[in-house]
Write a protein that binds this ligand. Structure first.
Ligand SMILES: C[S@@+](CC[C@H](N)C(=O)[O-])C[C@H]1O[C@@H](n2cnc3c(N)ncnc32)[C@H](O)[C@@H]1O
Length: 227
C-alpha cells in the first residue's frame, strides 16, 4: 500500500516500522470497533492498515504536514475495503478537527508536546480507548521544567543518561496520572523490543471513570506537581 515503485523493496527502517505497526494492530484489535482517530499520523500506516486488516469503517487522520497527507491519499487508493476516511490537516491542539466520542484514538511516536496535546484532546473527546506511544522527550514538553526541578531537588546526578531517564520517568508519570485522574484506566507497557525503537513505551488507556481510582490518581498527581 505504501511502497509501490517498481523494483523497490522494504528498507531496514520500513521493516522496523512494520514490527511496530503489527504490534499496535494487535492492540487495536482488542480495543474494539467504531470511529478510529490516527493522530500525528504521518503516512497513517496504522489507521489505513486498521481499515484494511481489522475492518474499521470510519477513520479520521489528523496530521499537520500536507506532504504526509498526500502520501496518505495515495495509499488510500490501494485499500480493498470500503471505509469513510477523513483527512484533517492541522494541529493536534485544534479541537475542531476531532470527532466526538471516538472508539479509539491512536498516536504512534507523537513528537514531544504533541503527546500531551493528544492526551488532552483525546480526554476531551471522551474516547473509549487511547493507544499512545510518546517520543522525543525535551524542553518543549509542558512537564519538563517540573521534572528538571525535581531532579535538582533530589540531587539526581547530571550524568546525561541517568538524568535523562529520571526526567522521562517524571514526564510519563505525570501523563499516566493525568489520564487516570480523568477516569482512564492506564497501563504502561513496552510494546516492542528496544532494538526496534528506543521509544517503545505504550500508554494504553481505557475510559472507566472509576471514582476511587480517579481520586487516588488525582491525589498522587497533586503530590507529584507539588513536590
Ligand atoms: C515521528 S512522526 C510519526 C508518524 C506516524 N505516526 C508513524 O509512526 O509513522 C510524527 C508525525 O506527527 C506530526 N506532528 C507532530 N506534531 C504535530 C502536531 N502538533 N499536530 C499535528 N501533527 C503533528 C508530524 O508532522 C509527523 O508526521
Amino acid at each position: 500500500m505504501f511502497i509501490d515503485a517498481p523494483g523497490t523493496t522494504l528498507r531496514r527502517e520500513d521493516l522496523k516500522k512494520a514490527v511496530e505497526v503489527a504490534a499496535l494492530l494487535n492492540e487495536l484489535e482488542r480495543a474494539g470497533r467504531g470511529t478510529l482517530v490516527d493522530v500525528a499520523a504521518g503516512k497513517a500506516y496504522l489507521g489505513l492498515l486498521a481499515v484494511e486488516f481489522l475492518g474499521f469503517e470510519h477513520l479520521v487522520v489528523i496530521e499537520r504536514d500536507e506532504r504526509r497527507l498526500a502520501d496518505v491519499r495515495h495509499a488510500m487508493g490501494h485499500l480493498t475495503r470500503p471505509a469513510k476516511i477523513e483527512l484533517k490537516r492541522g494541529d493536534v491542539n485544534d479541537r475542531s478537527l476531532w470527532p466526538e466520542c471516538p472508539a479509539v484514538v491512536t498516536a504512534l511516536h507523537a513528537c514531544g508536546p504533541a503527546s500531551d496535546a493528544v492526551i488532552d484532546a483525546a480526554l476531551a473527546s471522551e474516547t473509549k480507548w487511547l493507544l499512545l506511544v510518546p517520543c522525543c522527550y525535551g524542553a518543549t514538553i509542558p512537564s519538563w521544567p517540573l521534572a528538571e526541578a525535581q531532579a535538582e531537588k533530589l540531587g539526581v546526578p547530571r550524568h546525561a543518561e541517568a538524568h535523562k531517564r529520571f526526567l522521562q520517568s517524571i514526564v510519563d508519570a505525570e501523563r499516566i496520572l493525568r489520564l487516570e485522574a480523568a477516569g482512564w484506566e492506564t497501563t504502561a507497557v513496552p510494546f516492542v523490543a528496544p532494538h526496534v525503537t528506543p521509544h517503545n513505551l505504550l500508554l494504553r488507556a481505557r475510559r472507566l471513570k472509576e471514582p476511587t481510582r480517579m481520586d487516588d490518581a488525582a491525589r498522587r498527581r497533586a503530590r507529584l506537581l507539588d513536590a
